[in-house]
Design a protein around this ligand. Structure first.
Ligand SMILES: [Zn+2]
Length: 257
């Protein structure tokens, strides 16, 4: 988004589901005339800088955010459409419900839905030292820690499975029992799994800014959603176990509790 949109000037904006906004449509329209700066992400939230405002987008349970060169290729159904002065456009369409918030620079730290998000799991500043310090003094199971967006943002139930497997850690392992070596392995495997998915454009049912589907699919998963299949390390059958409110896929031999 930064590469494609930075420098464009907003010519018009249309919102078809005003419930998604944090402002009345009329006030939201102050984005018209603004120039787009960089976009960053934390978890499901995209932050697009429109100095001095920030446009916050969250596609909710999923959806598409697509860049179009001309009006003709814009989908009929959408919640948000931003047209740029150069006649290209960006449209957001949610499968269910999403958020389109416009927040003034000074209000951003107080924005309730994003201010408590933890560092992005892909942030370069999330070094092994930083990851270790996030874990230090924490109690409870490692999987719930990783899924809690206030600790780290960007890891959901799909992407938590394989990093735990690669690091040979059971999802219910208590944080305080993890050794430095295990923490290091987990940090590394989170990076590897997320970066591999990024490289492949995300999951197969997800689409990028240009509408192209990702290619990260079941053949890339190690244990995730592979109940009954052999573990890639030791051939033990992969088990699906209940861990709190979520399902986990583990090799009962490689990931002992
Ligand atoms: Zn195994």
């Amino acid at each position: 988004m930064t590469r494609q949109l930075r420098g464009k000037r907003i010519a018009d904006v249309r919102v078809t589901q005003p419930k998604c906004l944090n402002l009345p449509v009329k006030r939201f329209r102050r984005v018209i005339g603004k120039r787009v700066n960089e976009t960053s992400a934390r978890g499901k939230w995209l932050f697009t800088n429109l100095h001095p405002d920030t446009l916050l987008l969250n596609l909710g349970m999923g959806g598409d955010l697509i860049y179009h060169k001309n009006e003709a290729s814009i989908p009929q159904k959408y919640q948000l459409r931003i047209s740029f002065k150069d006649e290209s456009a960006l449209t957001a369409s949610f499968f269910w419900f999403g958020y389109i918030h416009l927040v003034f620079e000074k209000e951003l730290p107080k924005h309730k839905m994003t201010s408590n998000l933890g560092i992005s799991a892909l942030d370069k500043e999330l070094t092994v030292e930083r990851f270790t310090s996030l874990l230090s003094g924490r109690r409870g199971a490692i999987k719930s820690f990783l899924l809690d967006q206030r600790n780290l943002s960007g890891i959901g139930n799909v992407y938590v499975q394989d990093p735990l497997f690669k690091a040979k850690i059971h999802p219910l392992r208590l944080i305080q029992t993890l050794t430095p070596r295990e923490i290091q392995a987990l940090h590394q495997s989170i990076r590897e799994v997320l970066n591999e998915s990024l490289r492949l454009g995300g999951l197969r049912y997800e689409r990028n800014l240009y509408g192209r589907n990702g290619s990260y699919g079941p053949e890339n998963f190690l244990v995730a959603y592979k109940t009954g299949k052999p573990c890639p390390e030791c051939r033990t059958r992969i088990a699906k176990v209940r861990t709190g409110s979520t399902a986990s896929y583990i090799c009962p031999n490689c990931q002992k509790l």
